[in-house]
Design a protein around this ligand. Structure first.
Ligand code: NAD
Length: 300
């Protein structure tokens, strides 16, 4: 039997496919974006809402489904972002949850944004009340509600709440990618709010490993995927400067409401489920991300 990864052409999906294939799994990767052939991967290029027979068969026959497809990012980009969030985060998720048989585990990528930030700097715990701010967080909260319904009907369901994920192939709209691009071009780094804001940053390879391990552990319900350590934007900027061996300058703008002052994961549940001990070497992670974005430049 195969495992299915939706969103397999995306940032986290690509690394998850690699992780699963390296562990000997046969992977079917479903994404509407094209993806290159890779060992151990069967590519299915289709929209999850397209009524494609191959998509349905893959979801019905899977051993495990990792549902990562979606419209990511807390900031409102593009005129039709509300429609895309509803379509790709809520409706596509509903389709996946309804198609996969209840006996088959589904691991669904939600987001730490459902917490609305770390209140008073306290780590967010899975049992905290959800306080979504903005359309992205609300769409993920709606997705989580569908997951809770499947779980209540006896469907094996895991809600994964990743905090900020970084590393090779990070989405170009994410802060570190934007900062690396700006620093390379000698432009100032755009800071929303203050350099004292913090983010809980997880290495994409470890986040992918955690998802695979959570499936193996048979985890049910919500699980944070973070490091439990907050990294200040100041530390991230210093890591960018060091990775590119350059000086950086800043422009500071007010932070929109969707950007919390701090994000921090309580990782006790993850630790007890899979024995999680994450790496928190931010400078090494940023160096790797920088080198992967420009391998030829870095090699010379
Ligand atoms: P990404 O945009 O790189 O990947 C998502 C992929 O899903 C894309 O390749 C896209 O083509 C595909 N997709 C979207 N809707 C689809 C549909 N209807 N049918 C088929 N394919 C579809 O995003 P990412 O950063 O890899 O994030 C993966 C998941 O994790 C997302 O659900 C995101 O919301 C969540 N998440 C990411 C982070 C992070 O730091 N990157 C943090 C928290 C949560």
């Amino acid at each position: 039997m195969s495992v299915v990864v939706t969103g397999s052409a995306g940032f986290i999906g690509r690394t998850l496919v690699e992780t699963l294939a390296a562990a000997g799994e046969r992977v079917i990767g479903i994404d509407r974006a094209p993806q290159p052939p890779r060992p151990g991967l069967t590519v299915l290029t289709a929209d999850l809402l397209s009524d494609d027979d191959l998509v349905r068969a893959a979801l019905e026959d899977a051993a495990v489904v990792y549902h990562l497809a979606g419209c990511p990012g807390v900031r409102d980009r593009g005129a039709d972002v509300a429609r895309r969030r509803r379509r790709d985060n809520v409706l596509a998720g509903a389709r996946v949850l309804a198609t996969v048989p209840r006996s088959v585990p589904v691991l669904v990528a939600s987001s730490s944004s459902v917490y609305g930030g770390a209140r008073g700097g306290r780590p967010s715990h899975e049992t905290d009340p959800l306080r979504p701010v903005g359309g992205y967080a609300r769409s993920k909260t709606a997705l989580e509600r569908l997951c809770a319904e499947r779980l209540a009907r006896g469907g094996r369901t895991t809600v994964i709440r990743p905090f900020t994920v970084a590393g090779e192939g990070q989405r170009p709209d994410m802060a570190l990618s934007l900062w690396l691009a700006a620093a390379r071009e000698g432009r100032p780094l755009r800071v929303l709010g203050s350099l004292d804001r913090t983010r809980d940053v997880t290495d994409v390879r470890q986040a992918a490993r955690a998802m695979a391990d959570l499936a193996a552990a048979g985890a049910q319900g919500a699980v944070n995927v973070g490091t439990g350590r907050g990294q200040s934007l100041r530390a991230m900027a210093a890591a960018v400067a060091e990775a590119l061996d350059t000086e950086v300058s800043f422009t500071v703008e007010p932070a929109p409401a969707v950007e919390p002052g701090a994000s921090l994961a309580d990782v006790r549940r993850l630790r007890s489920l899979i024995g999680w001990s994450p790496e928190t070497d931010l400078r090494g992670l940023v160096r790797r991300q920088a080198a992967a974005a420009h391998p030829l430049v870095e090699a010379t």
